[in-house]
Write a protein that binds this ligand. Structure first.
Ligand code: SAH
Ligand code: SF4
Length: 415
């Protein structure tokens, strides 16, 4: 078989300087092809109105019908048009003839001893007969919140050297429907919809927060991510407020201001290094958008304030970026930016040349940051038992291709 995208092969698999001329960005191999009976999941109000128009609902009725559909879709989580009892029987039949309420198929589900849940979701490929693609969605319950980690791409446009996804091809961008679909699947599986049978009478939602920290670089799929997050944040629907939505980027400066102005969510930036030379190696996109430019975009992030700080993620790589000098330089670098710092223990994957910093070193690093006035939580690994259990998942999903299994392992980074 010919290799349609050799550039992915150029991605470094260890702590080596990428070869000069390495492609910074990969082009998608595939595009999304809508099924002949499309799903309404993920549509905005305008798109719903258009869909209604396309099946002959008169303009004067559309607003009211959109309101009804919005409620059934995003408050009640209806899985069939039949369940939409406030909608006339005729319209329900008409909708059913033209549309579905399909979410991505769940291929596998795992629950960790700490309550973390992982769903492996199947997404259609572009060509009939080809193996479907898979992404994961992870739910992390905590005493005061429940966070859902969403994917934005199958694979990733970029090629960070410490990230397993970065060594893979970019297969395709997810659609807004597939991104919202991940939230729908989680709420379905957790019985987290208003009026769900085994839901307690309280209005407290299990899925209270969203992080765009799964597979892919969300700012290389900006429009779909924006449209999906605007649906998620709508107060009359899924209703997860923008303050509870965090988008993590490796530093796509060109789309950072738009993230603030068009989505208005919280921003997390994968910094990982304090010097351009090292960041070029870890996050090769740094050669396009170096640290100073990235931090300027952070300073100017619409809505940034002490109450709405930017999170800087810093993966702890043994002997690479974890010295006490690095910690001091980090504090200096972020001076004047309303910031939080998240230290992430490196999650090793087969074939990586990096190792996670020793615990004592992480503590030393974290202490310097703490003494500079930052709360510096080290992200506690969650769901290790299921994330580490790719071997087990493999037996449950033996038919997955090697690439898909790799994708799964890569998702262990959602710790
Ligand atoms: N593409 C986006 C969001 C997805 S990655 C980004 O890069 O920000 C989410 C976070 O996990 C990022 O901070 C990323 O750098 C980090 N990460 C990737 N691989 C990791 C690994 N093996 N161990 C620990 N963190 C990792
Ligand atoms: Fe892509 Fe983020 Fe991984 Fe970099 S760290 S390769 S941007 S998913």
């Amino acid at each position: 078989m010919t290799d349609p995208l050799p550039i992915a092969e150029a991605a470094p698999a260890g702590p080596r300087r990428p070869a000069p001329g390495l492609f910074l960005e990969k082009a998608p191999l595939e595009r999304y092809v809508a099924p002949c009976k499309p799903s309404l999941v993920g549509l905005s109000r305008d798109a719903l109105a258009e869909a209604l128009g396309s099946i002959g609902v008169p303009p004067a009725q559309r607003r009211m019908r959109v309101q009804q559909l919005w409620h059934w879709l995003y408050v009640r989580g209806a899985q069939s048009f039949d369940a939409m009892t406030s909608v006339s029987k005729e319209l329900r039949a008409l909708l059913d003839a033209h549309f579905t309420l399909a979410r991505p198929d769940v291929v596998a589900q795992q629950t960790s001893v700490d309550g973390t849940r992982k769903w492996l979701l199947r997404l259609p490929g572009e060509h009939a007969g080809e193996a479907p693609h898979e992404v994961e969605c992870v739910y992390i319950p905590e005493p005061d919140r429940g966070t859902l980690c969403l994917s934005s791409q199958v694979g990733c446009t970029l090629n960070c050297s410490f990230c397993h996804t970065g060594t893979q091809r970019l297969v395709r961008n997810l659609t807004a429907g597939e991104i919202v679909g991940q939230i729908m699947v989680a709420r379905d599986r957790l019985a987290d919809w208003a009026g769900a049978k085994d839901k307690s009478s309280s209005n407290v939602r299990l899925v209270s927060n969203i992080v765009m920290m799964g597979m892919g670089e969300p700012l290389y799929n900006f429009e779909a991510v924006r449209d999906a997050l605007l649906v998620a944040a709508d107060g009359e629907g899924i209703a997860i407020s923008r303050r509870r939505i965090t988008l993590s980027t490796s530093g796509v400066v060109a789309n950072i201001a738009r993230t603030g102005s068009e989505i208005g969510c919280m921003l997390a930036v994968s910094l990982h290094a304090v010097r351009d030379e090292l960041r070029n190696e870890l996050v090769p996109l740094n050669r396009k958008y170096p640290i100073a430019e990235l931090l300027d975009a952070c300073r100017d992030y619409p809505g940034v304030s002490n109450a709405r700080r930017i999170t800087f993620e810093y993966v702890m790589l043994k002997g690479v970026n974890d010295s006490t000098a690095d910690a001091k330089a980090l504090v200096k670098l972020l001076k004047g930016i309303p910031a939080k710092i998240n230290l992430i223990p490196f999650n090793p994957w087969p074939g990586t040349g990096y190792a996670c910093s020793d615990w004592e070193q992480i503590e030393k690093f974290s202490e310097i940051i703490f003494n500079a006035g930052y709360a510096s939580p080290v992200r506690t690994p969650r769901g290790r038992d299921i994330l580490a259990a790719c071997g087990q998942l493999k037996s449950a999903t033996e038919k997955l291709s090697a690439r898909e299994r790799l994708a799964l392992r890569a998702m262990a980074m959602t710790d």
